[in-house]
Design a protein around this ligand. Structure first.
Ligand code: ADP
Ligand code: ASP
Ligand code: MG
Length: 414
């Protein structure tokens, strides 16, 4: 059972979470719990690091931001004990949850779940694990898993204790066809295939961290996204509560062509103008970006009209925009270009669905619908089960709503 930031925002909500846990324990289920920091806490901790120094040491950043979850784990253990549930908090280093040393975005390498299983079996002791954090074995330092990382902690622990299911309790009652805060007509999905969820999450739907879905897929952990705001005592612990199951494609009976729409405003566009149209130019641009650890997403290159020069346009995370411009400016002599243009007021809207594998013309419908609303498309990428469009950020919501209706995802009842 994992509870996100809004679900543990204050003591009353933590008590509410404790009741959810107690319900499952009373029903005879063996559980382990993972918690996030109280909502707003991690942002505050990050802001303090930035205020302390713009060039903060990533190891100390982790030492600071990992504390949010430690508070909640202790508080939930206290409230559980108050309800006569035997409970004990665990920080990442105590289990331990071993990770890589990529501070700020570490990967989980190993989790030992045996002690948790033993304690539950012997004395019904519920483990309350601080999410988002781990330990780098060689240096012995605290690491964190990247924003939203408690989801990943939860799936990793579920795998380690060989859980039947990993329930992600959050502030929505499942995964929707798109962010329900932006499109009120969004529909809750009963089941979503791992592969689709991977795309939804990596293209902007922040309901699950991408790595949690990856882990679920690799270790075959069924993930169930559900609401923590339902009255804990009204739920039948043996029944079928509302929510979304992330599972193997084979478990899903009827498959729509389009499952959902994701969007991200954290994009920036860079256009390198009038580069030589000859072998080695792309390598000269993208090599240095890769060496600087900047993730390039969409890439568009025109065929040159005169056989001499062309433009290359690509996108990077908005946070890396300035760095990327610097890298390309430094590489100017090696690349050979006339001008560098960029924009940060862009957004990426993506349409996802396994059904696209077997249907032609799905993207063409989108181009037409957006054109009818005079929304210009700056770049396009496609893959087997998704396509993404780069547009002006101002049109994000209009584009998402337009595509949501176009692919018949609207909830008729709203
Ligand atoms: P938590 O604090 O519980 O981890 P998050 O804020 O990380 O919660 O994730 C839940 C939020 O994800 C929802 O409030 C919702 O606004 C957003 N979200 C974005 N896309 C979707 C989607 N397709 N389905 C459901 N929620 C979504
Ligand atoms: N507290 C961390 C964050 O805000 C991790 C999480 O909530 O999943 O990113
Ligand atoms: Mg989250």
């Amino acid at each position: 059972m994992k509870f996100g930031g809004t679900s543990v925002a204050d003591i009353d909500r933590i008590r509410n979470v404790a009741r959810h846990v107690k319900r499952e324990v009373d029903a005879g289920h063996e559980v382990a719990v993972v918690v996030s920091a109280m909502s707003g806490t991690t942002n505050q901790l990050v802001a303090w690091c930035e205020a302390a120094s713009l060039l903060f040491d990533a190891r100390e950043y982790d030492a600071v931001v990992a504390t949010g979850e430690e508070v909640t784990a202790g508080l939930l253990a206290i409230t559980l004990q108050d309800l006569d549930v035997n409970a004990r908090s665990w920080q990442g280093w105590q289990l331990p949850i071993l990770t890589s040393d990529a501070h700020g975005s570490a990967r989980i390498l190993e989790v030992n779940g045996e002690e948790l299983i033993r304690r539950f079996r012997e004395r019904k002791e519920v483990a309350v694990v601080a999410g988002f954090q781990g330990l780098h074995k060689q240096t012995g330092r605290i690491t964190t898993l990247g924003r939203g990382g408690s989801d990943t902690s939860a799936v990793a622990i579920a795998a380690a204790i060989r859980a039947d299911r990993c329930d992600i309790y959050t502030d929505v009652d499942g995964v929707y066809t798109t962010d329900p805060r932006v499109v009120p007509r969004a529909r809750r999905l009963d089941k979503v295939a791992f592969e689709e969820m991977l795309e939804l999450a990596s293209l902007g739907a922040k309901v699950l961290q991408v790595r949690s879905v990856e882990l679920g897929m690799v270790h075959n952990v069924r993930i169930f996204v559900r609401s923590s705001f339902e009255a804990p005592d009204k739920i039948d612990p043996h029944g079928h509560p509302p929510g979304t199951l992330i599972c193997d494609e084979g478990e899903i009976m009827e498959q729509q062509t389009v499952t959902g729409i994701a969007f991200s405003r954290d994009e920036a566009q860079i256009s390198v103008r009038q580069v030589q149209d000859k072998p080695g130019v792309a390598a000269a641009i993208f090599g240095p970006l890769a060496e600087t650890n900047i993730n390039v997403d969409m890439i568009v290159q025109n065929v040159s009209a005169d056989g001499k020069t062309t433009d290359i346009t690509f996108t990077v995370p908005a946070a890396d925009y300035q760095r990327a411009l610097d890298v390309i400016t430094k590489a100017k002599a090696a690349v050979g270009y006339a001008r560098l243009d960029g924009a940060t007021d862009v957004a990426k809207v993506s349409v996802i669905g396994i059904g696209m594998r077997s249907h032609a013309g799905v993207a063409a419908l989108a181009f037409k619908a957006l054109a009818e609303r005079s929304i210009n498309i700056r770049a396009i990428t496609t893959s087997e089960i998704k396509f993404s469009l780069l547009i002006d950020a101002a049109f994000t919501e209009l584009a998402v709503r337009t595509l949501h209706s176009l692919y018949q995802l609207d909830n008729a009842a709203v």
